[in-house]
Design a protein around this ligand. Structure first.
Ligand SMILES: C[S@@+](CC[C@H](N)C(=O)[O-])C[C@H]1O[C@@H](n2cnc3c(N)ncnc32)[C@H](O)[C@@H]1O
Length: 191
């Protein structure tokens, strides 16, 4: 078994829970983004691959990078990708706000349930802008700012207006929201 480096096994189980598919199914994201077969996706805060693994499976001609700051998460994702035979998925350990990939290397960046954990989102958004090709898309999906029985309490969830201002502040354009999930805000913006 991969070393979880002290990570909470209950958290890993929660991230892998099939119950999440009922209200946060990754397919809804691809229906909005419409990835071309040979595209490149960078999934930031990939965790154990809730978005990255199904993307790699559904788009075998695409390249997927699953990036996380926790070595344990990266190890588990790497192990799962190998066991499932996803040769198009690379698990990458990243530093906060820094991913070891060249400029203009991604068509899409996803951040699923990550934004509310960030102390300073702007530097990471600026890194996303660097990584995306001109015209590429960032997709931020995070808990809705609402008392809906699933989202965390006020103070641990991020209003749409705040995310919009952060994205625009680092140079993204065409910020849009997608009414797709019951409990999540889904925003896209263009690099
Ligand atoms: C709530 S989990 C979500 C994981 C996955 N996206 C999902 O939906 O299952 C958030 C993940 O983001 C990672 N993370 C936290 N801060 C981060 C940062 N600054 N940069 C990259 N990843 C980060 C955590 O280690 C964790 O794996």
């Amino acid at each position: 078994m991969a070393d979880t480096l002290g990570m909470d096994p209950a958290r890993i189980e929660r991230l892998r829970s099939p119950e999440r598919l009922e209200y946060f199914h990754p397919d809804r994201i691809w229906e909005v983004l419409k990835p071309a077969p040979g595209c490149t996706l960078v999934d930031i805060g990939a965790g154990v691959g809730f978005l990255t693994l199904p993307f790699a499976e559904r788009f075998p001609q695409a390249k997927a990078y699953g990036c996380d700051i926790l070595e344990g998460m990266v190890g588990l994702l790497r192990q799962d990708a190998a066991e499932r035979g996803h040769g198009n998925l690379e698990a990458l350990l990243m530093a906060p706000n820094s991913i070891d990939l060249p400029d203009n290397s991604a068509d899409f960046i996803t951040m699923g349930q990550l934004h509310h954990e960030l102390d300073a989102p702007e530097p990471l958004m600026a890194e996303c802008k660097r990584l995306l090709k001109p015209g590429g898309t960032i997709a931020i999906i995070d808990w809705a700012d609402a008392d809906n029985g699933k989202s965390p309490p006020v103070g641990r969830r991020v209003p749409v207006a705040v995310m919009r201002a952060q994205l625009k502040g680092v140079g993204f354009t065409g910020v849009d929201t997608h009414d797709v999930y019951e409990f999540h805000t889904f925003m896209t913006a263009t690099a």
